[in-house]
Design a protein around this ligand. Structure first.
Ligand SMILES: *Cc1c(COP(=O)(O)O)cnc(C)c1O
Length: 490
């Protein structure tokens, strides 16, 4: 009977392949996978009657198959990638890379004990919020701040603490979905607030708000259109006039600013993104924003504004569930210090990449192209073109950043691509390329490190606007390897 031929797990573990694997990868997970594999085999014997040679083959394969499964599962899944998409704040790619200084402080905070909630001077229990209050009071003078896990949490907390069972007035043009699964109407509903829509999709006037505010109104919410714009015949009530209305009716005006922009981007051609301070100055009572978009920090969210309101948020029981950990505090503290010294465009990666002169991107793109054209056995047709990069992450959706990008496609065998210098002679294509554009894209995406570009109809585009200069060489290396690999197989 075939079932009798299935070995015991303990006997299998004495086989050399598995004995070594147990030492390397741990005996417990290996046993778990072996049991699962044997169970699967048992089922197949019962259902499909596997026996004889087929069973021999399966049994012989089993140790190696289990070991490679375990190797796969214990290799780290979260892995660094090179972002050549030209989208600076890419939610799928982890949004903002941290500044070097922030990374260092996170590592210190993570590795040891700290005074997270201990007041060293007073020799008593302290508060984790004091670490950030010191700098935030200087960055956003006259306001108090409360830090939570992300901006979705910040908005939810505000609604829970200030608007449960009451109405929140929002323009129909701002009932939006941002970054998947953050939808204003759903956040309000989940917080127990009642949504009171005013105006229309394209036009909402101050008078619409005036008519909607009544005894039952908890607050007015204004949402910055982070990832869309309503264009054409439009009107919206400005923050200044809404703030005046809110003051007259003695309710708060809350603005969901979103991007966490602290320093104006006008010098870099981005004009439609007001900063957090702009909104506070125009009279918003509370402003909510993300810390891992244009603030360039770790995932977190901040509510900034009137101290009395912020105290109510802090006291709310939900705050405990939304609090940030020591690593986030360490990264934020370091990032805020960079802003205080005015060094954000040099030290905060997202802002550094955003502010690079376009001529510098062009120089780097051309150097990359030259390198790839010279690389032996690569078989790529390489061009350099102007392009437009984006901030991404739900910020400045209509603004484009000027950039240069490198376009790659498989070159037919025997064909050299013409360099800008004309060094390579363009000979008539003798044959079709050995591999397809999609193969190139896949090879780069699954390479080590993975390189992500934008797949067009004709070419794979690599935009260096979202790449730090120090990583150019790694991009070149990855493309050379992919190009040689593809040209070599067939
Ligand atoms: C990004 C964004 C959010 C969500 O912020 P998270 O930090 O991703 O939770 C909410 N509102 C606006 C306006 C945003 O731009």
């Amino acid at each position: 009977m075939a079932l009798r031929r299935l070995p015991q797990v303990d006997r299998l573990l004495r086989e050399p392949v598995l004995r070594h694997a147990a030492e390397r990868l741990g005996p417990a997970p290996l046993k778990t996978l072996l049991r699962q594999a044997l169970k699967g085999l048992r089922q197949q014997i019962r259902e499909n009657g596997i026996a004889g040679k087929e069973l021999d083959r399966r049994l012989a394969e089993l140790p190696r198959a289990v070991v490679s499964e375990l190797e796969g599962r214990t290799r780290s899944s979260l892995t660094p990638v090179l972002n050549a998409t030209g989208i600076l704040v890419h939610t799928n790619l982890g949004r903002a890379p941290l500044a070097a200084r922030a990374v260092e402080r996170v590592s210190q905070a993570a590795a040891g004990y700290s005074n997270l909630e201990y007041d060293l001077a007073a020799r008593r229990r302290g508060s984790r919020s004091t670490h950030l209050d010191r700098t935030l009071e200087l960055l956003l003078p006259g306001t108090a701040c409360h830090v939570v896990n992300n901006n979705a949490a910040a908005v939810s907390l505000v609604m829970r603490a200030l608007a449960t069972d009451r109405e929140v007035v929002v323009s129909r043009g701002e009932l939006v979905e941002i970054g998947g699964s953050f939808r204003i109407p759903e956040i309000l509903e989940a917080s127990g607030a009642r949504l009171r829509e005013v105006g229309t999709t394209n036009r909402t006037h101050l008078s619409d708000y005036e008519r909607a505010v009544r005894r039952d109104t908890a607050l007015i919410l204004k949402v910055h259109p982070s990832n869309y714009r309503v264009v054409g015949f439009t009107a919206e009530a400005g923050v200044k006039e809404l703030a005046a209305l809110a003051r007259r009716r003695r309710i708060p005006l809350v603005v969901d600013q979103g991007s966490g922009l602290l320093a104006s981007l006008e010098p870099y051609g981005i004009r439609d993104e007001p900063t957090v301070l702009d909104y506070l100055k125009r009279g918003a009572d509370l402003v909510t924003f993300s810390c891992d978009k244009l603030l360039g920090g770790p995932q977190a969210g901040i509510v900034a504004g009137r101290p009395a309101l912020v105290r109510r948020l802090r006291r709310h029981p939900l705050s405990r569930a939304l609090r940030v950990d020591k690593m986030t505090i360490a990264a934020l503290e370091a990032t805020f210090e960079i802003f205080l010294r005015g060094r954000q465009f040099e030290e905060v990666p997202v802002l550094r990449m955003l502010s690079r002169p376009v001529s510098e991107i062009q120089r780097r793109a051309e150097a990359l192209a030259r390198d790839l054209r010279r690389a032996p056995g690569v078989q790529l047709d390489v061009v350099v073109e102007r392009g437009s990069a984006r901030v991404g992450g739900g910020a400045a959706p209509t603004s484009v950043l000027r950039t240069w990008r490198v376009g790659l496609r498989p070159a037919p065998r025997g064909k050299l691509s013409a360099g800008r210098s004309g060094a390579g002679k363009l000979r008539p294509a003798r044959s079709r390329p050995d591999f397809k554009l999609a193969d190139l894209e896949r090879a780069l995406r699954l390479g080590d490190p993975p390189v992500l570009g934008v797949l067009g109809r004709e070419r794979l585009w690599l935009d260096l606007r979202s790449v730090e200069e120090a990583a150019d060489e790694r991009i070149a290396g990855a493309v050379r390897v992919a190009g040689q690999l593809l040209a070599g197989e067939k």
